[in-house]
Design a binder for this molecule. Structure first.
Ligand code: GH3
Ligand code: MG
Length: 317
């Protein structure tokens, strides 16, 4: 891809003005700068054109019939992504009140008629540049946020994200008086798997297991995380014991159906999982660590009872 492609992309500018001559002058000025121009004759039409064309900038006359620029601007601002679309108000009004009102309804800047064309050109350029920078910054932040929450190998949530989310959901479920469940999953005889097939095969196995867990925990609020080396933890908000055990069984069977050979496993010829499940109606005075301790205990029992199984444990009993 051409590295300079993004900045030279043609920006779309929407002109909303009831004065035909003014629209023509604005169009000429902007097309000379190689912007793509769309026109609308009043606020209502402007709003429609905004929705269909998603312009990069709006030039908006304040006084127009049907719907004025102030109303049009405040309606534009209710649209998702509008924070990235600067609105430049153009009007003959110079009184303090109109200027204040333009900014109140979300305009980014303000110019008065008669238009000083050199000033307008610079303002348009600066507003587009700022909006582009803002968007890039937000995208970079989003990518960064994902990076700090994801486990690099398996692409599921990392331990940091797990701790944060469990704390958040524990409080939310306590407030809403809803249950929360936790499943701890551990690959059986994984050390032997690494010893037999090598560390790289071990890594691939971890990736596949993580994907299977993601398939089994399907609700949007569910969170699958890599809890430790070959241990995963799954948070199931608003899920009772019965449902959580079902999800855990589904995880066990999904991993079995991956059919990853494990010749040295004493329990099966395939890679298997042991799972500990716990479910509770959380209360703010109970430490969230008690949920993890109970799930850990259930997982330990699953291992002790022969592995490749789900064990449910009552918390705090
Ligand atoms: P058990 O059935 O009791 O869980 O036995 P196990 O061998 O799975 O448990 P143990 O805790 O003894 O060993 C876990 C192994 O997991 C040790 C380590 O080599 C492996 N492991 C941990 N993290 C990674 C990783 O990121 N990649 C690979 N390939 N192996 C890992
Ligand atoms: Mg293990």
């Amino acid at each position: 891809m051409n590295a300079s492609a993004a900045p030279s992309e043609t920006s779309i500018i929407l002109i909303v003005d009831d004065d035909r001559f003014m629209r023509m002058q604005l169009r000429q000025c902007l097309e000379r700068e190689r912007y793509q121009v769309i026109e609308a004759i009043n606020g209502e039409k402007g709003l429609e054109a905004y929705k269909t064309n998603q312009p990069n900038l709006v030039l908006l006359d304040a006084l127009m019939p049907v719907m004025d620029g102030f109303e049009c601007c405040s309606q534009i601002m209710t649209h998702p992504g509008a924070e990235h679309t600067p609105v430049l108000m153009i009007t003959g009004l110079e009184d303090q009140q109109s200027v204040d009102r333009a900014f109140e309804v979300g305009a980014s800047d303000y110019v008065t008629k008669p238009i000083h064309w050199a000033v307008l050109r610079q303002r348009v350029k600066r507003l587009l540049h700022q909006a582009r920078l803002q968007r890039q910054l937000e995208e970079a932040n989003e990518r960064l946020k994902q990076l700090v929450s994801l486990d690099g190998l398996t692409q599921v949530a990392n331990r940091r994200r797990f701790d944060e989310y469990l704390d958040q959901e524990w409080r939310r479920m306590a407030r809403e008086e809803l249950p929360i469940s936790l499943v701890l999953c551990d690959i059986d005889f994984f050390k032997r798997f690494n010893d037999t097939y090598g560390h790289q095969a071990g890594d691939r196995c971890l990736q596949q297991v993580a994907q299977s867990l993601m398939h089994a925990a399907r609700r949007p609020a569910d969170l699958v995380a890599r809890y430790g080396g070959e241990e995963f933890a799954v948070i199931l908000p608003n899920t009772k014991a019965h449902g959580a055990v079902q999800v855990a069984e589904e995880m066990r069977s999904q991993v079995r159906s991956l059919a990853i050979a494990h010749a040295d496993s004493p329990v099966s010829s395939l890679v298997t999982l042991s799972l500990g499940v716990v479910s509770i109606l959380p209360q703010l005075e109970i430490p969230v660590a008690s949920l993890i301790a109970a799930a850990d205990k259930a997982l330990y029992q699953a291992k002790a009872q022969g592995r490749d199984r789900v064990v449910y444990s009552q918390p705090l009993s």
